[in-house]
Ligand binder design. Structure first.
Ligand code: P6P
Length: 335
């Protein structure tokens, strides 16, 4: 493969996708088109997000999503925008979204791909102007193209992803994604309407000194997790918890760190969703040299059993995720 192609910083996303596709002579271009469709929706959601405060679309929409959270109008708008872009793009046959209880069948007989998406995670942060994000996973359907969508098309383990990414609507808007050949980050230039390669070949620092967890729930944590947090404090790590998964994940990916949303007595499977939150970020973390577990095993190996199932998530720098696993499994070694 001509990986010698210089992906110079400043390359546009479109050109980057095209150059990467040329590395795969048998690529049909459908995945490339799908990535472009996602980027288009991200540009539109970015514009809506930036105007939310002015256009009074930040307020609660009155309905609730599977998280039972007040569905913010922007959540609904983002869901519509991404679903519409994927429908028009023609490459996708089904969408799993946090905002829809059931699978959305796009009635697209030629669609090869299934997308799992959290259109706008952390939406409770919208009306306090904290960064929010879109998280997406892309799978190839496993049943014949054109046949009715089957559960096995949807309930695929994260290790079957063909691509995954996130959009971070922050001080600048970034699109970060992987197709299984490393992780690359693109920064949006609104005046040009283009994403430009700003973070080529992103690599997670192997270790870090930042830990992200909601310590308000400390008393609910299992002993091993409490011990790990005490260890972080004893070594004067920095506690950084934004309350917005994509923002915390992205910062830890760049600087080194771990994000934990653990199992607790109250929530034995934690809060985060496997299909459209944990799997995508875990694929990215591993592709960047990091790690992601549910405290005991690899996130990407979990076989889903229900659409909106939750999973505990420990994700980020490899050494930190390994270490919290050791603390969690002390005394639980299988005899
Ligand atoms: P808690 C936002 O609702 C979210 O899904 C993630 O973005 C965030 O990291 C987490 O939940 C915050 O949850 O229980 O700490 O408020």
């Amino acid at each position: 493969s001509d990986s010698s192609l210089a992906y110079s910083v400043g390359t546009t996303l479109d050109r980057f996708i095209k150059m990467k596709q040329e590395e795969f002579p048998f690529a049909s271009g459908e995945l490339s088109q799908l990535l472009r469709d996602i980027a288009l929706a991200a540009k539109i959601v970015n514009r809506e997000t930036n105007r939310a405060g002015l256009a009074n679309i930040g307020g609660a929409f009155g309905q609730t999503n599977v998280q039972g959270e007040e569905q913010q109008k922007l959540d609904v708008i983002a869901n519509i925008r991404f679903t519409r872009a994927l429908t028009k793009g023609g490459e996708v046959c089904a969408v799993v979204s946090e905002e829809d209880d059931e699978v959305i069948d796009l009635q697209n007989g030629s669609g090869k791909y299934v997308v799992a998406i959290d259109p706008l995670d952390g939406s409770s942060n919208i009306d306090v102007n904290i960064s929010i994000g879109t998280i997406f996973s892309i799978y190839r359907r496993v049943t014949p193209i054109g046949s009715p969508i089957q559960p096995e098309d949807i309930m695929q383990p994260g290790n079957q992803q063909v691509a995954a990414g996130y959009v971070l609507y922050g001080s600048s808007t970034m699109l970060v994604y992987t197709t299984g050949h490393g992780v690359n980050g693109f920064t949006y230039e609104p005046s040009l309407g283009e994403f430009f390669l700003s973070h080529p070949n992103m690599c997670a620092p192997e270790d870090g000194k930042i830990y992200s967890v909601n310590e308000g729930s400390y008393n609910l944590f299992e002993p091993g997790l409490k011990a790990y947090i005490e260890k972080c404090k004893s070594q004067e790590y920095s506690a950084r918890y934004i309350g917005s998964l994509v923002a915390d994940f992205h910062r830890n990916l760049l600087k080194g760190g771990i994000y934990m949303y653990p199992a607790t007595a109250k929530s034995p499977k934690g809060k985060l969703r496997l299909l459209y939150e944990a799997n995508a970020l875990s694929f990215i973390a591993e592709q960047a040299g990091g790690m992601a577990t549910d405290g005991h095993g690899r996130i990407l190996d979990i076989q889903p059993t229900s659409l909106h199932q939750r999973t505990p998530l420990h994700i980020g720098s490899k050494k930190m995720v390994e270490e919290v696993g050791e603390f969690l499994n002390v005394g639980k070694e299988s005899t």
